[in-house]
Design a protein around this ligand. Structure first.
Ligand code: ATR
Length: 275
């Protein structure tokens, strides 16, 4: 146990809804560590000053959320290969006043599936990714790292899906949004990365009828926990993984970087975050 008081935070705008303080404070207490984790509201045009203040205040690191995940890259002194490939930073470590950026979203996505569906094999077949926004980048990069043989991306704005094929043009195909139901045939994994189905957003209009019986269906949305997509999958007796685990697991590497302990996701923590 260390006696050093470790100051950490999440920056974003808006930030009051963030679950990160709950998660990190749970782990700090669980491990008997002396430290703090605050939500700091940093408006779009105040990123440079906001980060300068954090350095001055002696923080060890911070998480980065909307709208700063891309713009923080210009302020970091070093960005690792992973975050560079994904094109976004969500975790920053501060050492001697210098900022080191990485991205743990892909880790969170993969860990969630591995822990929730232990016998699932990424290599077994194609993945269908719905959406090509910020969250899709990390998911698609992680899928390639896990050896997924083929990835189909269906997005309303097809050009954005096409752009993501650059990760590996031989393995990734951009699909018209209108064809999203048809590409589910032979899918091993179906992932919703769009905002459709999230509380306050329109529903995701999709039919899982063509999906094979062994497919795993997952949503990165966790509010509601059981989205309409997951409900439909359950009715069709397909395997499902909810999005809450991605949020919890993506937080683990940052905690380790700052506090020296890789924390675990527990049932108790999951319930705490969901209530
Ligand atoms: P994030 O960074 O969280 O991924 P985002 O970049 O705004 O958020 O992406 C939201 C995703 O939801 C995008 O894929 C978006 O499609 P477009 O690229 O065409 O904007 C998708 N999305 C949002 N509303 C949609 C709708 N009504 N129909 C289809 N797709 C939608």
């Amino acid at each position: 146990m260390s006696n050093d008081f470790i100051k950490t935070a999440v920056i974003g705008h808006p930030i009051s809804h963030s679950k990160s303080p709950l998660i990190h404070r749970y782990w700090l207490e669980k491990h008997g560590l002396s430290g703090s984790y605050n939500a700091i509201d940093v408006p779009v045009d105040n990123l440079k000053q906001g980060v300068a203040d954090i350095i001055k205040d002696g923080f060890s690191g911070f998480n980065v959320t909307i709208p700063h995940k891309i713009s923080i890259m210009d302020i970091c002194d070093e960005i690792d290969d992973l975050a560079t490939a994904i094109g976004a930073v969500n975790t920053v470590t501060i050492k001697n006043g210098k900022l080191y950026g990485t991205n743990t979203d892909g880790f969170g996505f993969v860990e969630n599936i591995k822990r929730s569906a232990a016998d699932f094999d990424f290599k077994e077949g194609k993945a269908v990714v719905l959406g090509a926004g910020g969250a899709a980048n990390a998911v698609i990069y992680a899928l390639l790292q896990e050896g997924v043989p083929e990835i189909f991306i269906a997005n309303r704005t097809k050009e954005k899906a096409q752009k993501l094929t650059a990760f590996n043009p031989e393995k990734i195909k951009a699909i018209d949004w209108a064809l999203r139901n048809d590409v589910l045939e032979h899918a091993n994994l179906i992932i919703n990365t769009t905002s459709l189905g999230m509380a306050g957003h329109p529903p995701l209009d999709i039919s899982l009828r063509a999906a094979p019986a062994h497919v795993l269906v997952t949503d990165i949305i966790y509010a509601p926990l059981i989205t309409d997509l997951l409900k439909q999958a359950k009715i069709s007796k397909l395997r499902t993984v909810t999005g809450i685990g991605m949020l919890l697991h993506q937080a683990r590497p940052g905690f380790k970087l700052w506090n020296g302990v890789l924390p675990e996701v527990t049932e108790e923590l999951e319930q705490l975050v969901l209530t």
